[in-house]
Design a protein around this ligand. Structure first.
Ligand SMILES: Cc1cc2nc3c(=O)[nH]c(=O)nc-3n(C[C@H](O)[C@H](O)[C@H](O)COP(=O)(O)OP(=O)(O)OC[C@H]3O[C@@H](n4cnc5c(N)ncnc54)[C@H](O)[C@@H]3O)c2cc1C
Length: 427
């Protein structure tokens, strides 16, 4: 019989992974998510899962869901390539270089966010482990030794521990650690999706069939491209989730993400109010001198699938006094997407917090002591990931200037030396 009763605010990647792990460990958990239903919002596109994220999922998911996760990933995940805007190769590294290719668990994966969400929600509908939708958290209060969460609809929920897994705008963080608010980096990403038709395939840099490709022009911007294509046979495993081997919006595609400082785009009106066709026009103007294949790819972006993201980043905050309220994922260490690790760090948080709360539930240590150990470790690796993601963004969108010729030469030298390529893969 579980002694602890854990409330998780936010049913995103981190919150649901924690709930799966606590359920597996026999700890009572309830998730409160503001979305009206599991599918009321498009969950975004493909996501890179690192060896660390993969290990965390393996720890938290029950074996049958791990098997579905393991078999429904995407193809083309071994490599990472940098090219010029004329598609000349600067650097190509593969997971052979960091030794993860043959790892059954701890390896790089390309995963559909929509599929991952279905996996993470699966089995959480029972009375013991519940996900409550349409519950917008507004505040919490302490009542005796318990925590009471208040929701917009006037309802409340009570538990022993409250975890804010409610993303970059976290209302739990705003109340608990108001000084830990993320800052605007000034960088905007315009992202879009191109269906993976034969026509699109013919335009793609060949390296895209090996993993993500980043185009680095001499100007202060970059273009990220990656193909999402489910590996052969994966659809069969979706049936184990009660899905019909097919998920709408989850067909094969290429993602393009063009990032730069806001002023670089020369927006003529507020970009947040611009329609897809207008955003595409902005992109079109920025690539007029790029390789014809890249220009054509931009033309092929589906106007209804163009999105704009203003990139924010957390700033490390000093250690706080631990209580029974804690935070995980973007709620406490939001990072730029330029290393593709934010979701992985959220998963790592979930697995670690789950292990610590499991120890507290079994009476092996006090709850606050268990949370303190989680927070001390999380601040270390979480803020290190924030810093390296910020550096990656600055390299990709900062002024490159005349030294860019030297950078290109350095990248080509790295490309020729296996030990340096290995460092590029793990940097
Ligand atoms: C363009 C882009 C590309 C990215 N690519 C990658 C990648 O390849 N790999 C990677 O690892 N990371 C990537 N990331 C980062 C990654 O998406 C995030 O780090 C990750 O989603 C964080 O997970 P989370 O669970 O902390 O928060 P979220 O996934 O944001 O989940 C938070 C949840 O809380 C809910 N919520 C919010 N407010 C409330 C409330 N008041 N009450 C109840 N519920 C609430 C939300 O609805 C949501 O479901 C990318 C990010 C961007 C912007």
């Amino acid at each position: 019989m579980s002694k602890l009763d854990v409330l998780v605010i936010g049913g995103g990647i981190g919150g649901l992974c924690l709930a799966q792990g606590l359920k597996k460990a026999g700890v009572k958990v309830s998730v409160y998510e503001r979305d009206a239903t599991p599918i009321s919002r498009l969950q975004g596109f493909r996501v890179h899962i690192s060896p660390e994220g993969s290990t965390a999922l393996h720890a938290c998911l029950p074996p049958e869901l791990w098997m579905v996760f393991n078999r429904t990933g995407g193809a083309f995940v071994r490599g990472f390539t940098m090219v010029t805007e004329q598609l000349k190769e600067l650097l190509h590294a593969t997971s052979d270089d960091d030794g993860t290719t043959d790892q059954p668990i701890a390896r790089h994966r390309s995963v559909s966010r929509i599929t991952l969400r279905h996996i993470l929600l699966s089995g959480l509908e029972s009375l013991e482990s519940n996900v409550h939708f349409n519950k917008r958290f507004v505040r919490y209060e302490k009542s005796g030794g318990r925590l009471v969460a208040h929701f917009e609809d006037g309802s409340t929920a009570e538990g022993d521990v409250l975890v804010g897994a409610d993303g970059v705008n976290s209302p739990v963080r705003k109340q608990y650690l108001p000084h830990a608010e993320p800052i605007d980096t000034g960088v905007t990403i315009i992202g879009g999706k191109v269906p993976l038709s034969d026509g699109a395939l013919a335009l793609l840099p060949a390296r895209l069939l090996d993993g993500p490709v980043v185009a680095m022009p001499p100007e202060a911007c970059s273009l990220f491209m990656v193909v999402w294509k489910r590996e052969a046979g994966g659809d069969e495993y979706l049936r184990l989730l009660g899905l019909d081997g097919f998920i709408p919006e989850d067909e094969d595609y290429v993602i393009l993400g063009f990032g730069a400082k806001r002023e670089f785009f020369g927006f003529r009106s507020d970009p947040l109010t611009m329609r897809g066709a207008e955003l595409k026009d902005v992109l079109r103007r920025k690539v007029t001198r790029w390789h014809p294949s890249l220009r054509k790819l931009v033309e092929l972006i589906d106007d209804t699938q163009i999105a704009l993201a203003r990139i924010r980043t957390s700033e490390p905050v000093r250690a706080w006094t631990t209580t029974r309220v804690t935070l995980l994922g973007d709620a406490i260490h939001s990072m730029t997407p330029y290393r593709g690790i934010g979701a992985n760090i959220a998963l790592q948080d979930a697995a670690l917090l789950c292990a610590k709360l499991g120890e507290a539930d079994r009476g092996e240590r006090a709850v606050v002591e268990a949370i303190a150990e989680y927070e001390a470790a999380m601040r270390q690796y979480g803020y290190a990931a924030v810093a390296s993601s910020l550096r990656a963004m600055e390299r990709a969108t900062g002024e490159k200037g005349p030294a860019f010729g030297l950078t290109k030469t350095a990248l080509r030298v790295m490309n020729a030396v296996p030990a340096l390529r290995r460092r590029a893969m793990t940097a």
